[in-house]
Design a protein around this ligand. Sequence first.
Ligand code: UDP
Ligand code: MG
Length: 141
Amino acid sequence: MKPIERSLVLIKPDAMERGLAGTIIGRLQSQGLKLIAVKMLHMDRELAGRHYAVHKEKPFFAGLVSYITSAPIVAAVFSGDDAIARIRQIMGPTDPAKAEAGTIRGDFGIDIEHNSVHGSDAPETAAQEIRLFFGEGEIFP
Ligand code: UDP
Ligand code: MG
């Protein structure tokens, strides 16, 4: 039996600008993932720095923070069996140029920065990320 997991999903500014929030949430729901929290917010630089702390020393960090804070986004929590790996599979790899058609990034991603969606990469990071965006009272398991 695969464990029931939670994952933080962000609909990034490039997808928001093209009205893709509903499409992306719908793709995850249609794969049997359960939407248990959702909100729209405009990330500030502090939240972006905490969410992407692991990338602080990377050359793309400054651009990534500017991008993710450039427009309002949708944050959501999904739950399900093996949700973390399954969502990353449905999203496709970081670089849309390497993502297959039928994946979210393959269909909608623009480039390696503007890749439409975030999904947590492990149970520990998922728990940390979810705490950054949601209080327990905002999650409806
Ligand atoms: N990113 C970027 N340039 C890179 C690699 C990543 O701008 O060379 C951005 C991209 O938006 C990516 C995010 O930084 O989604 C986080 O990178 P990570 O390696 O964690 O990829 P992910 O887990 O999102 O697939
Ligand atoms: Mg990552």
